[in-house]
Design a protein. Structure first.
Lengths: 112, 117
């Protein structure tokens, strides 16, 4: 069964304190791995798609990397506005292209 | 561009009552999705449409949930009768890419929060 596990469940950082969020996955043929950001009361907002091991993508203070078993979302010098829940999701070749299998998310809090 | 519109934002009903949620996707997006997000969980796909047709409804509880997308634009998700475990946020999403190979990038609406008492 395809599965996505995110850790930690919650992370508290001081402003400027860099860290990483982990997403480990088991899937029968990875079509793509997604990172989304979700603010309270809002829908998930797309951040990155990664397709193959070794791939990296960056956006402002965020950098996503992918291996054959996991993905990391690195946050460099975070600011309070980076506080949100970060969701990881995979799509496999067996399912439809829109069937994202999500993890439970990591709730990030950045204190000034 | 305008985002994915959903209504109502909040709904409270008694168990065994019915409820309907409406979604208007981004203009030009052929593919529309309904996801269910229970508190503390990641979203789970209920149904995927491409234009008017259903692509995937394998996780839709068909004894109580139904969805339609008339004219390939707006969509409605209905629950009848509702159960306590249906309390969740119902997220609508749409995507442009529907071709083979890669994975679709979904744009989500703000969601409709359902509370079943």
């Amino acid at each position: 069964e395809d599965q996505v596990t995110q850790s930690p469940e919650a992370l508290r950082l001081q402003e400027g304190e860099s860290s990483s969020l982990n997403c480990s996955y088991t899937v029968s043929g990875l079509r793509g791995l997604f990172w989304y950001r979700q603010d309270p009361g809002k829908g998930p907002e797309f951040l990155f798609t990664l397709y193959s091991a070794g791939e990296e993508k960056e956006k402002e203070r965020l950098k996503a990397t992918l291996t054959k078993k996991e993905s990391f979302l690195h946050i460099t010098a975070p600011k309070p506005e980076d506080s949100a829940t970060y969701l990881c999701a995979v799509v496999n070749y067996g399912g439809s292209q829109g069937n994202l299998i999500f993890g439970k998310g990591t709730k990030l809090s950045v204190k000034p | 561009e305008a985002g994915v519109a959903q209504s109502p934002r909040y709904k409270i009903i008694e168990k065994r009552q019915s409820v309907a949620f409406w979604c208007n996707p981004i203009s030009g997006h052929a593919t529309l999705y309904w996801y269910q997000q229970i508190l503390g969980q990641g979203p789970k796909l209920l149904i995927q449409f491409q234009n008017n047709g259903v692509v995937d409804d394998s996780q839709l509880p068909k004894d109580r949930f139904s969805a339609e997308r008339l004219k390939g634009v707006d969509s409605t998700l209905k629950i009848q009768p509702a159960k306590l475990e249906d309390s969740a946020v119902y997220l609508c999403a749409s995507s442009f890419r529907t071709g083979s190979g890669g994975a679709n990038v979904l744009t989500f609406g703000a969601g409709s929060r359902l509370t079943v008492l």
